[in-house]
Structure formats: C-alpha cells, structure tokens
Write a protein that binds this ligand. Structure first.
Ligand code: SF4
Length: 306
C-alpha cells in the first residue's frame, strides 16, 4: 500500500527512533494500515504476547486495545511494555467485570470459568483458564469439568456449543459491538451483488451469520484460509483492518466487506502520531498488579497445557 508523503515522513521518524531505542513494535490486525506497516509483527493478541517473551529488545510497544498490552506485560514482566493510548479499551472486555464473575462463580459452584482473552487482567485472574478465538472449543472440551461458565462473548461460546462441545455451558451475555453490526442484511447486501463471493467470518458474529459462512475462524485462521484457497473472491466478515494483512498474504484475491463496513473505533484510536509520541517519550508504560498478573498468568499457562 502506498502512503501519502506526510504519513511516510512520520513512519520514517518512528522507524529511526525504534532502531535507536531498541523497541520492538507489535500491532493487532485491526490497527490502521499505516500503523501495521511500521510494526515488526502483526497478529492476534495472544499470539503477539507470546512472541514478546522471546524477544531480545527490552521494550515492546503494543499497538492494540489496552487488555492486549496487559497480556504482553503479564507474560513478560521484566520488559517495559508501552501502549500508545491506554484509553483505547475493548467494549467486549468491559462486559465481564470482576465482581460479576465472582457472583457467577457463586451461582454455579461446580462450574469452571473459561475466559476469552478479550478480558481485563483482573477478570483473567478470576478465570480457571483463558482461551482464544482459535482454540475456545478445544479449551472448553479439555478442561476437567462438566460445567463451564464461558465469558464474555456469547457468540463465540455458542458457536462451540453448536459445534461439538458436549458440556453444560453457561454463556455470558456479552458480545462485540463491532461484530454484532455484521448482520444477515449487511452480508446479503454484498452477496446479492457478488453471489460467487465466499463468506468467511470471525466467530464473534451472530449465530445467523456464522451459519451462512463457508468458513469460521480466528483472524489468523481467516488470513491463512484465504491465502491457501483456490477461490478468488471473498466476503470477509470481521473488522476491516484485517484486509491489510490478507492483501499482503494473498495479493491475487478480491476482498469485499459487509455493508456497512465493520470498524472498531477503539482500535483506530491508536494513530501514527500517538505511536510517535509513545516512542519518543516512553508513554504509556503498562502496569499490572503483581498478584493479579500472577493469577492471570496461571490461567493463560493452563490454556497452553490443554
Ligand atoms: S473489535 Fe470488538 S472485540 Fe475487538 S477490540 Fe473492538 S470491541 Fe473489542
């Protein structure tokens, strides 16, 4: 992708500072294209945080909503983790507050809590195990309990309940407002014009949309599926930032988005200018309470062992 001259100038300054200060930049798939372009790696939130553990650089600048930078700090407490704009939060993560999780545990004393990575550190600390959109089904099946509280995304949870999870699952009443806007109508508006487009979606979409799809998968799985497919035209049912990486991985494909286009305004709060200020001034270092971080780390590591 070609960027305007003013954007390239800021990018060059970021790249110069990043080399000088030995900072590794990570960006989530939903970041702006100009931010993804100056990042050392782009990926899913947990995938990125796990990479941070093995880096030589003492500082990681994490471009994504705040819970993502928290996970990087939890897994690499000895590193400085910077987040350019901590006010950028995940609206889904905010739907499972720690006090409510404690109440749910009391209501279902025999259930284990499986928390999607899209939760705050404080909520992760109350979970038995963490999961991602790529492994949620396997984690629910693998945990040693017949009863599970799955939070906070009811659509991700219900997708796995409908596809192979044979346990009693209490679904939290949370959802991603961005993926909720991908409706049967917004998809059909595009499929009416391009009936040969293959619909691929993220499991945070509603059950009605997921059941229409040819392929359902995490963002990384969507990128890999499209790159490996012989099909030419895809309707991509997830946040629009994902198209930047798909285009790199599969430049020969034609990519369409639902109408209206799904955009996460929180993710887009991380601008190139904020990344520059963050690098220049060492803002904003992520701090996670030590006890919370330790408990959250245990829940994350349990996922890796399942
Ligand atoms: S797209 Fe949804 S789940 Fe992802 S950061 Fe935005 S609000 Fe959270």
């Amino acid at each position: 992708m070609e960027f305007a001259k003013e954007i390239r100038e800021v990018q060059e300054e970021i790249l110069r500072l990043k080399r000088e200060k030995k900072v590794f930049i990570m960006a989530h798939y939903y970041q702006r294209p100009e931010v993804q372009a100056i990042s050392d790696v782009v990926g899913d939130s947990l995938e990125l945080s796990r990479k941070a553990v093995h880096l030589d650089e003492p500082t990681v600048l994490f471009c994504g909503v705040y819970f993502m930078a928290e996970v990087a700090k939890i897994l690499s407490p000895e590193k400085t983790v910077l987040n350019p704009y901590p006010q950028a939060g995940c609206l889904l993560a905010d739907m499972a507050l720690p006090a409510e999780v404690e109440k749910a545990r009391r209501r279902h004393p025999n259930a284990k809590v499986v928390a999607y990575v899209n939760t705050t550190a404080a909520t992760k600390a109350l979970a038995d195990v963490i999961c991602t959109s790529a492994n949620a089904g396997d984690v629910i099946k693998g945990i040693d309990a017949e009863e599970v509280i799955f939070l906070p995304d009811k659509h991700l949870g219900s997708y796995h309940v409908r596809h192979g999870v044979n346990k009693k699952v209490h679904l939290w009443d949370g959802y991603c407002p961005v993926h909720k806007r991908i409706t049967v109508e917004s998809v059909n508006r595009v499929l009416d014009r391009y009936p040969d487009a293959q619909l691929v979606v993220h499991p945070e979409v509603s059950p009605e949309v997921a059941e229409m799809a040819h392929f359902v998968g995490s963002t990384s799985q969507l990128v890999r599926h499209i790159a490996a497919s012989d099909h030419k035209r895809f309707l991509v049912g997830t946040e629009e930032g994902t198209l930047f990486k798909i285009r790199e991985a599969a430049p020969d494909k034609e990519l369409l988005l639902p109408d209206p286009i799904p955009v996460c305004d929180q993710m887009k709060m991380i601008t190139l200018e904020r990344v520059l200020v963050s690098l220049r001034e060492g803002l904003y270092p992520v701090e996670v309470d030590q006890e919370v971080a330790q408990r959250a780390k245990v829940a994350i590591e349990r996922m890796l062992s399942l």
